[in-house]
Design a protein around this ligand. Sequence first.
Ligand code: ADP
Ligand code: MG
Length: 314
Amino acid sequence: MSDPIVVAEGLHKSFGGAHALRGLDLTVPAGTVCGLLGPNGAGKTTAVRILATLSDPDAGHARVAGYDVVREAGKVRERIGLAGQYAAVDDKLTGRGNLRMFGRLSHLSRREAHRRAGELLDRFGLTDAADRQVAGYSGGMRRRLDLITCLILRPEVLFLDEPTTGLDPRSRGEIWDSIRELVADGTTVLLTTQYLDEADRLADDIAVVDHGRVVATGTPDELKATIGDRLDVTLEDPAALPAATAALNALTGTEPTTTGAGRLSVALPGGRLRLADVVRELDHAGVAAADVSLRRPTLDEVFLRLTDRQETAL
Ligand SMILES: Nc1ncnc2c1ncn2[C@@H]1O[C@H](COP(=O)(O)OP(=O)(O)O)[C@@H](O)[C@H]1O
Ligand SMILES: [Mg+2]
């Protein structure tokens, strides 16, 4: 594994009486995509703002690209880019105009800013729209432009706070392609998301955040493995639901959730149970099953488990 380029240890942050972060730890190896996955209010934006030097932690430390985010904030800023949830581009300028302006604000020469703008527009498929006013851009194009303005200075680490929230599926796909493109260049990406499929598709590693702490880390597959397999049962007669629930509860030690009329789902501890045991147990309880199947959990199920949300929310 390459050296970590983002390291956070025990970050705490409160706003008045509200604890946004309660000891957040995070390590991101260079050249990877880390997905900070958590529900609304989990503390994702607060963590990103601290790592991007926009806010100081109350306690704890963090280093980004080798520098302390509080004591060496200037050094950190020279090495990072940040795209927030709301695109920060100027509507009245063209796409190219925005990039040139950011380039000039970043102290590039006029010529270099122009060259870099053209290069980025080309690379990220915005050349056709480059000379149109941003006011006429779609939400996805605007977000993509915002993302590439962060690349003017070739940051080592790019923070993307909910890069696709509110976008239609096609625009989301385009942003995902742009992010993959970035990583191919060696940029380390820390992205926050509430979308499991986004973390699943883009992230090498996921850190699940809840109530201001990281509650689990791993690859998507590792996270799925932590909660064991799922058992889905469809009953021949929905009226047998109470009997089936009791039988599955006795067998697995977990209360099954009802997922539809005559349909139940339950997590299997450690995956030691065989399908034959399940069928026999239901048989003993006088329950006829139309279908019994074992499967890997979805990332949604992992997420709900880890963040203590009700499984019935699925
Ligand atoms: N500037 C602020 N003032 C007061 N409370 C805040 C502020 N920023 C965040 N919070 C609170 O801290 C918690 C974490 O927020 P945030 O980091 O924005 O979560 P997320 O990005 O995961 O949705 C929330 O309860 C939020 O209301
Ligand atoms: Mg947020």
